[in-house]
Design a binder for this molecule. Structure first.
Ligand code: PEP
Ligand code: MN
Length: 343
């Protein structure tokens, strides 16, 4: 941390602070500017914090050394939370946003049908993939440009803003034709050139946590986007790899309050990809809302048995309204207002 001395601080006061910092085993770095004298304390953060140097004679303020993810850190906003406005919807702060739609855009009928259902149930945004990150190169890779056209049609018809994934910066221009929010998938969380491109694209980004990434790595990835001047980043917990094999991934709900402590950015949860099973999606969603998530991104399909991708985890479109009501009720208990606007 940095100890900023008052301009009137005496030599003795400066030395007294240095001595106290060194007494707990930390190194000091004295920097004397024309107007400011700053003492950098490098060592065990906890030990130095316990010195409670604020209020010591000659000390103006104590500024914690910013985390490696400076722009994403809570300190950067002095405790204020980022609230994004996407169309007439808000994400972050006191708002709860439900983002719903199919895993992948398969056909005009499936896309429009799902979009209408989620719109009617009060979803804030519509999700759907046109470029799909598939484990197998032989699996369906998404409809690409045709998928983007169908998303644009769904947006026109329902008025819902669209979230869709970009996997390759060569597709970014096309994706930006329709995307109100550009998704970076878990597998691309550390694709730094893609992160930087999205940082420059001028559109909000939804950044998913990598399968085996720490929260610090997630925040460093967010930093790549923020660093390019894009301040609109949504963090998404979507389950991580653990030793447990009973379900697809382990949804790390502790990440929700912890990310909100570490960062000012909105934090949402994807229960679908974590669970991999429909029956787990509702309990995980309720838990995420209770944990204070700023929103949920969930997969929905009118006929999951026919889905090309992720059918096993898709909520049934017929049951989506009841699901949305329950999740929003829990979000309200957690102090959130739903930002959904019926269009
Ligand atoms: C998705 O949201 O469609 C997706 C593939 O998610 P993830 O990147 O979290 O696996
Ligand atoms: Mn999916």
């Amino acid at each position: 941390m940095m100890i900023v001395m008052k301009p009137t601080a005496t030599e003795q006061e400066v030395q007294a602070v240095i001595d106290r910092v060194q007494s707990v085993g930390a190194r000091t770095h004295l920097s004397r500017g024309e107007e400011l004298t700053v003492i950098g304390a490098i060592g065990d953060r906890e030990h130095v914090a316990r010195l409670e140097l604020e209020g010591t004679p000659g000390v103006d303020r104590v500024v914690p050394i910013l985390k490696p993810y400076k722009l994403a850190s809570s300190q950067f906003k002095h405790g204020r939370r980022t609230v994004l406005e996407i169309g007439s919807r808000k994400i972050g702060g006191e708002n709860f946003a439900l983002i719903a739609g199919p895993c992948t855009v398969e056909s005009r009928e499936q896309t429009l049908e799902t979009a209408r259902v989620v719109r009617d149930a009060g979803a804030a945004l519509f999700r759907g993939g046109a470029y799909k990150p598939r484990t197998s190169p032989y699996a369906f890779q998404g409809l690409g440009q045709e998928g983007l056209r169908l998303l644009a049609e769904a947006k026109r018809e329902t008025g819902l803003p669209v979230v869709t994934e970009v996997m390759d910066s060569r597709d970014l221009e096309a994706v930006l034709e329709v995307a109100d929010v550009v998704q970076i998938g878990a597998r691309n969380m550390q694709n730094y050139s893609l992160l930087s491109e999205v940082g420059r694209c001028g559109r909000p980004a939804l950044l998913k946590r990598g399968l085996s990434s720490t929260l610090e790595e997630l925040l460093m990835a967010a930093e790549y986007i923020l660093k390019e001047g894009n301040e609109a980043v949504i963090l998404c917990e979507r389950g991580i790899r653990t030793f447990e094999t009973a379900y697809r991934f382990t949804l790390d709900l502790t990440a929700v309050p912890v990310l909100k402590e570490l960062s000012h950015l909105p934090v949402i949860v994807d229960p679908s990809h974590a669970a991999g099973r429909r029956d787990l999606v509702t309990p995980l969603s309720l838990a995420a809302a209770a944990a204070g998530a700023d929103g949920i991104i969930v997969e929905v399909h009118p006929r999951p048995e026919e889905a090309i991708c992720d059918g096993a985890q898709a909520l049934l479109a017929d049951e989506f309204a009841a699901y949305a009501e329950r999740v929003q009720a829990v979000a309200a208990i957690a102090g959130k207002a739903t930002s959904a606007v019926a269009v």
